[in-house]
Design a protein around this ligand. Structure first.
Ligand code: FMN
Length: 341
């Protein structure tokens, strides 16, 4: 337990562009939402520290160009958890065999360059907010971020995770419901995520007294209003921005968003539960995917990348939330204005 009292988040209008790693939440998307009076989180997941630094520089330039250089924004990091090679290697290799020759190789020491990215955010390029998903940062890391003036947010999906976040000194919670697109931020890989949305979770976590940013399934202004009325200090939307021209969403992902019939939560692509648009890959492989992250992500990656390159949306991880059908091909400022209460 830390002695630190949580400090308020530096927020403008209470609507944020959610971090979406793998391309969608580009510096351009965050800048557009900041220019509209909101804010956003640059994704740090899957990037090296050098790549994240490039994106931070690009975002700073864009904010300056748009005359909103001082808008506070955030960066999001994946908290690494070591996989148990002894226990899991065979299951991952069986899954790779099933996928065929194009499957990638699992790497057992992959920490997503976590320490290097934290170093960047503490020593080189501090930002106003740093959010974490897939677990809690260590108390010492939270202290380092506090020393450079960053607010620390932790994604949580239940009360136990929220208590753990409070114990490491988090300033705020990102309360993520089951309807959210992309990975559920459960703090352990093999935990089966609950089926609760942010509206149900907010009153349960409110007694902890931490500011809460709500996420999951936000498709309309009414959704945002309800989450704010239920106690959220801000709402974070991902899928609603996926089709914006400023987003770095791939063409295959955009195609799937325009043609899909629904979403569900699957471990097929990464080994972690994540909500995506239903496609052939998901249907063929999900019952065989072991709960091992990031190694399952690594073995499926070459197949997904090749499919995206040839515009084949049946084999990509088309992450999207339950409100996917409302996402529109409109500039981010218009999507932002349509959601803002
Ligand atoms: C394509 C995609 C990628 C995502 N990547 C991340 C990520 O890198 N880090 C993270 O904390 N959440 C990630 N998420 C989850 C979002 O931050 C957020 O919880 C979610 O988008 C909210 O639900 P919505 O998509 O229904 O608005 C991702 C979501 C999507 C759709």
């Amino acid at each position: 337990m830390t002695e630190h009292a949580p400090r308020p988040l530096p927020l403008g209008l209470p609507l944020l562009a959610a971090p979406m790693a793998g391309g969608p939440t580009s510096p351009e998307l965050v800048a557009a939402v900041c220019a509209a009076g909101g804010s956003g989180f640059l994704p740090g997941g899957y990037l090296t520290a050098a790549q994240l630094e490039q994106n931070l520089t690009r975002l700073s330039d864009l904010l300056t160009e748009r005359g909103v250089a001082n808008t506070p924004f955030g960066v999001n990091l994946f908290v690494p958890a070591p996989s148990d090679r002894q226990r899991d290697a065979e299951r991952v290799l069986d899954y790779a065999d099933r996928l065929g020759q194009e499957a990638g190789q699992p790497r057992w020491n992959d920490d997503d360059h976590y320490a290097e990215k934290l170093h960047l955010l503490v020593e080189v390029h501090p930002v106003k907010m740093v959010s974490f998903t897939f677990g809690c940062p260590r108390v010492d890391d939270v202290k380092r971020l506090h020393q450079v003036g960053s607010r620390v947010l932790v994604t949580v999906t239940d009360l136990d995770e929220a208590r753990a976040a409070q114990d490491v000194g988090a300033d705020a919670l990102v309360v993520q419901g089951f309807d959210a697109g992309g990975h559920r931020g459960t703090h352990t890989v093999d935990k089966e995520p609950n089926h609760r949305d942010a509206l149900a979770l907010l009153p349960e976590l409110a007694p902890l007294g931490l500011p809460m940013v709500a996420a999951g399934g936000v498709a309309t202004r009414g959704d945002v209003q309800r989450l704010l009325a239920a106690g959220a200090v801000a709402v974070q939307a991902g899928t609603a921005f996926l089709r914006c021209p400023e987003a770095g969403t791939s063409a295959a992902h955009r195609d799937l968003l325009a043609t899909a019939h629904g979403t569900r939560v699957t471990r097929a692509f990464s080994g972690r539960p994540a909500r995506g648009l239903v496609n052939g890959f998901m249907e063929r492989h999900e019952s065989f995917a072991p709960p091992v992250y990031p190694q399952v992500d690594q073995v499926t990656k070459p197949l997904r990348a090749a499919a995206a390159a040839r515009g084949d949306s049946s084999q990509i991880s088309g992450w999207a939330g339950a409100g996917w059908s409302a996402a529109q091909d409109l500039p981010a400022a218009e999507v932002f204005a349509s959601l803002l209460p």
